[in-house]
Write a protein that binds this ligand. Structure first.
Ligand SMILES: NC(=O)c1ccc[n+]([C@@H]2O[C@H](COP(=O)([O-])OP(=O)(O)OC[C@H]3O[C@@H](n4cnc5c(N)ncnc54)[C@H](O)[C@@H]3O)[C@@H](O)[C@H]2O)c1
Length: 282
């Protein structure tokens, strides 16, 4: 079945980037969220990011306008019924995603593949809430989606080869590079990255160094383009906390305990760049 119409659920940091790259590559996109203001904000962000691509000569003004026209905002999930592929990029909580997958399973044609952009939640567990576990897969984009090349493709226990092949092809059509991994909490990317970010937070909490010093160590000493605390702010501190909790629960090792400073900052509503304050002010 050719994939022409793509549904994206969740129009936040990742959802708007995913809608952007699908629309840029010629797919029709239905972008779905729970409130109109989230959809409006996403379309504004996509427009601004496309403008930046035009300014850099990566795309033309006509292509920008055509890409924007391909994105239809939607508040009702039933509007995804005609989609050939759906990717979920909603909040990193199992219950939220499970409800969405149960509903998509009811709404979408039986042959439609359903993907999750989850950073850490089990694809096998999400697949088990549907009647099509062979057609459920992880398609994990990286932030900022229009720029980052990697797509971590996660195979759940029941994911069939055809599903994997289709998603790999889809990633290539988006000009991304798919890398296949098996299902485990945090997959590869976040299993390795998040403990680094978490440890950097402990270093700040314990007074080992300032936020700026920790980030400088990584930029100058390890040639990271961005320090771990700036990166945590960019990812979203709430997202980092959710991922640490999934790994703590799923892997059971105390080394995945979220840093108390991270918990406190999320409680305060300091979520990083998206809320204007995190380890830095924006
Ligand atoms: N932020 C990152 O750097 C990053 C990177 C890779 C993957 N992810 C993953 O992508 C997913 C989304 O993360 P994000 O950073 O975009 O979060 P976000 O908080 O920016 O956006 C989440 C969006 O989902 C919407 N949403 C929540 N429940 C919904 C529902 N039931 N139906 C429809 N929409 C719903 C929210 O209104 C919000 O707009 C998470 O699973 C996260 O782990 C995040």
């Amino acid at each position: 079945m050719p994939i022409e119409r793509v549904g994206v659920i969740g129009a936040g940091t990742m959802g708007n980037g995913i809608a952007h790259v699908f629309a840029r590559s010629g797919f029709q996109v239905t972008l779905c969220d729970v409130e109109q203001r989230f959809l409006d904000r996403a379309l504004e962000t996509i427009g601004g990011n496309l403008d930046r691509e035009v300014a850099k000569g990566k795309t033309s003004a006509e292509d920008k306008a055509a890409a924007l026209k391909r994105i239809v905002p939607a508040l009702q999930r039933s509007q995804l019924a005609n989609c050939d592929f759906v990717i979920e990029a909603a909040t990193e909580k199992f219950q939220v995603k499970a409800e969405i997958f149960r509903d998509l399973d009811r709404i979408c044609r039986t042959e439609v593949l359903l993907a999750s952009n989850t950073s850490s939640i089990s694809i096998t567990r999400l697949a088990a809430v549907t009647k099509r576990p062979a057609k459920i897969i992880g398609m994990h984009f990286f932030n900022p989606v229009p720029v980052m090349k990697l797509v971590e493709v996660i195979r759940g226990l029941a994911t069939e080869q055809e599903t994997l092949d289709t998603v790999r092809d889809l990633a290539l059509k988006l000009d991304k590079i798919p890398v296949e991994v098996n299902d485990a909490p945090g997959f590869v990317s976040n299993r390795v990255l998040m403990p680094l970010l978490n440890e950097a937070m402990y270093a700040v909490m314990e007074g080992v160094a300032t936020v700026e010093s920790v980030d400088e160590v990584f930029k100058l000493g390890m040639a990271h383009p961005m320090g771990p605390l700036a990166l945590a702010d960019f990812i979203g501190l709430d997202v980092c906390l959710d991922i640490m909790r999934v790994m703590q629960e799923g892997l059971g090792d105390p080394k995945y305990r979220p840093c108390p400073l991270l918990i406190k900052m999320v409680d305060a509503g300091w979520l990083g760049k998206k809320s204007g304050r995190g380890f830095y002010r924006y």
